[in-house]
Write a protein that binds this ligand. Structure first.
Ligand code: MG
Length: 384
């Protein structure tokens, strides 16, 4: 492994796992986390969960799985360049979307709405719930028993009220502390990845145009250069080349800016990183502004495009109907889900406990499973 900076997270300084286990033989503790994540059911389901475009809209669009892989490779490059723990960043990035509902943000918003009287639903908290509770693979415990640092990194944001319930893993939201640098990287690698793959997917789907993108500073800076180099190149190649260069410029800026901040602060160890007043992994101020410009553009023109909105509206209807049907009659739930009712009802009260079991079930669904379940429940000519 590459040599680590003194402020990198290491298995030696880790706060460990909830249930003590013997040290791994052939891997580091964070590699073991990564492997457990990759072998989880929730990870395999990412293949059939929407990023922006629903699975059946085309084979070339990103899914939650390919998105997570792109975040991981970006994160690893940044971690390695900064002398940080690549394995920890990889584990966090691969797990960051495990709790996502079917149908992307539309699904999450719908489920959150359904859960508003029962403690709400937030995909970030759900990712932690997946690795802490919902995976059932080990004889001795529920969940994957990941290290503290991976779990803390998965929990990207959290309200103070929720943080109180979650305890140590969320303590930083109460104490105003930073997570590990490896988690800070995972956060920005996520944003870099989706900004760029959404441009690519949005262009491919014909929902946004080169002309619109040329008004965005980051895009235009690279597109103009690429066009000058090869004015007659096929447009798809021009787009790929532009996006590749955009990512390169932003990753370079992130590494340089973060390196300079770490140099200035000179943290002696990973604990000192926690007490910094702000994230030490950042873009420069100018780059951050351009990054936000791109995000705003995608929000207004892609995520709110009427065709994306139509699909989102159908997705919400599916989630709402499933939730209402299961709440009204829990006997519609498959036995392996229903078996969780007694424990949740005892913990949270009858109605709230039921709602949590239903939300866990719905959140775990892939897009196509949710559509099929909707058919089975509401189409009288389909076999249940
Ligand atoms: Mg993500």
């Amino acid at each position: 492994m590459h040599s680590l900076a003194p402020y990198a997270a290491t298995p030696e300084t880790s706060r460990g796992r909830k249930y003590a286990e013997p040290a791994p033989q052939f891997r580091s503790e964070y590699q073991r986390d990564r492997d457990r994540i990759i072998h989880s059911k929730a990870f395999r389901r990412l293949e059939y969960k929407t990023q922006v475009f629903v699975n059946h809209e085309g084979n070339l669009f990103r899914t939650r799985l390919t998105h997570s892989l792109e975040v991981a490779q970006l994160g690893r490059t940044i971690a390695r360049s900064l002398g940080l723990n690549e394995d920890l960043t990889e584990a966090i990035t691969l797990a960051h979307d495990l709790g996502h509902t079917p149908f992307g943000h539309a699904g999450q918003d719908a489920l959150n709405q359904c859960m508003k009287n029962y403690g709400g639903f937030e995909h970030n908290l759900q990712s932690l719930r997946v690795v802490d509770v919902l995976e059932e693979k080990y004889l001795d415990f529920d969940g994957l028993n990941l290290t503290f640092e991976t779990r803390e990194g998965i929990l990207k944001h959290c309200s103070p009220a929720k943080a109180k319930q979650l305890g140590e893993v969320a303590a930083r939201f109460i104490n105003g502390e930073q997570p590990t640098l490896e988690a800070q990287i995972a956060n920005l690698a996520d944003e870099i990845a989706y900004n760029h793959h959404d441009i690519d997917d949005g262009l491919r789907a014909g929902l946004i145009s080169i002309e619109q993108l040329r008004e965005q500073t980051l895009f235009e800076a690279q597109y103009a250069k690429v066009l000058a180099l090869a004015p007659l190149a096929p447009s798809q190649r021009l787009i790929y080349e532009t996006i590749r260069r955009m990512m390169n410029v932003q990753v370079g800026n992130l590494i340089e800016t973060s390196q300079a901040q770490l140099h200035a602060m000179q943290p002696k160890n990973s604990e000192q990183v926690r007490s910094a007043s702000e994230s030490l992994v950042t873009f420069s101020a100018t780059m951050y502004e351009q990054h936000l410009e791109l995000k705003r553009f995608l929000l207004a023109n892609l995520y709110h495009h009427y065709r994306v909105h139509r699909m989102a509206s159908k997705a919400k209807a599916v989630i709402n109907r499933l939730f209402a049907a299961f709440m009204q009659d829990v006997d519609l739930l498959p036995p392996q889900t229903r078996q969780h009712l007694p424990q949740q009802q005892a913990m949270l009260g009858r109605e709230t406990g039921t709602a949590r079991v239903v939300a866990d079930y719905i959140a775990g669904m892939t897009d196509r499973y949710a559509i099929a379940e909707h058919e089975r429940l509401f189409n009288v000519s389909t076999l249940p």
